[in-house]
Ligand binder design. Structure first.
Ligand code: ADP
Ligand code: MN
Ligand code: MN
Ligand code: MN
Length: 278
């Protein structure tokens, strides 16, 4: 993994690591030892049709419900790829914390973390690269599109009485040292307050095409409004029940799209919650 510079020594425009590292090296940020756990969702597509793996050609599988964490040849499509990726990440030293089958068939998730500071972005990018290598070998196309089966197919949905389909995100779980210590829930509340004030800026940096995903349906919050709640999957930010109960812990930013740049998202969350003074 390398970051990239022009011959003159300036970071090239897509080198988002450069600015992220500056933020993570700020003494106030470094002192807080920010942890990130990123849930990377993705979709496996058939190479020739770009239609999801296991879906009937020109048609739809049965409606969503039985697929999330599902097992069985009629519910789980591509587990050989998912398991190979999990093992390859462990072998490579990635702090991968799990995998699961998602709500939409052929959609999957892996989690990287908790990882501290810049290392979260480094590890997620390498885990994505390994996944693309493995899907390539399998002759399957990897998609990080936030809404691979769009509203365009609504007409088919109505005609065939099919359910509609979840998008793909990259929920970003986050904590600082003060949030993990006693009394951390107050620090979490303040951090969420600041994230709310900067909702527009964060959304603009959270991935391309996220407006197709953050509709307020399918366990997402509407892109135009900021909300948070305990155990609420329909909010922008979810605080877990365990964190509320313990009075300390972490929270989940549910807004980032599957195609987000983890350097941008993690450093922006740290910048807003630790450095920014509203
Ligand atoms: P969900 O319930 O939203 O599906 P997951 O179990 O998929 O959540 O992912 C949770 C992520 O949060 C994991 O990557 C985990 O390592 C990470 N995590 C756990 N504790 C912390 C913490 N204190 N700070 C930041 N991330 C954390
Ligand atoms: Mn998850
Ligand atoms: Mn998920
Ligand atoms: Mn989540």
């Amino acid at each position: 993994m390398c970051d990239t510079y022009t011959p003159a020594g300036d970071p090239i425009p897509t080198n988002k690591r450069f600015n992220a590292e500056k933020i993570f090296n700020h003494p106030d940020v470094a002192a807080e030892e920010p942890w990130f756990g990123i849930e990377q969702e993705y979709t496996l597509l058939q190479k020739d049709t770009k239609w999801p793996l296991g879906w009937p050609v020109g048609g739809f599988p049965g409606p969503q419900g039985p697929y999330y964490c599902g097992v069985g040849a009629d519910k789980s499509f591509g587990r050989d790829i998912v398991d190979a990726h999990y093992k390859a990440c462990l072998y490579a030293g990635i702090n991968i914390s799990g995998i699961n089958g998602e709500v939409m068939p052929a959609q999957w998730e892996f989690q990287v973390g908790p990882a501290t500071g810049i290392s979260a972005g480094d590890q997620l990018w390498v885990a994505r690269y390994i996944l693309e290598r493995i899907t390539e070998t399998a002759g399957v196309v990897l998609s990080f599109d936030p809404k691979p089966i769009p509203l365009f197919f609504l007409v088919c949905i109505l005609f065939y009485h099919q359910g509609d389909w979840n998008g793909a995100g990259a929920h970003t779980n986050y904590s600082t040292k003060s949030m993990r210590n006693d009394g951390g829930i107050d620090v979490i509340r303040k951090a969420i307050g600041k994230l709310g004030l900067r909702h527009k800026e964060h959304i603009a940096a959270y991935g391309e095409g996220n407006d197709r995903r953050l509709t307020g349906c399918h366990e997402t919050a509407d892109i135009n409004s900021f909300s948070w709640g305990v155990a609420n999957r329909g909010a922008s930010i979810r605080v877990g029940r365990d964190t509320e109960k313990a009075g300390k812990g972490y929270f989940e930013d549910r807004r980032p799209a599957s195609n987000m740049d983890p350097y941008v998202v993690t450093s922006m969350i740290a910048e807003t919650t630790i450095l920014w003074k509203p």
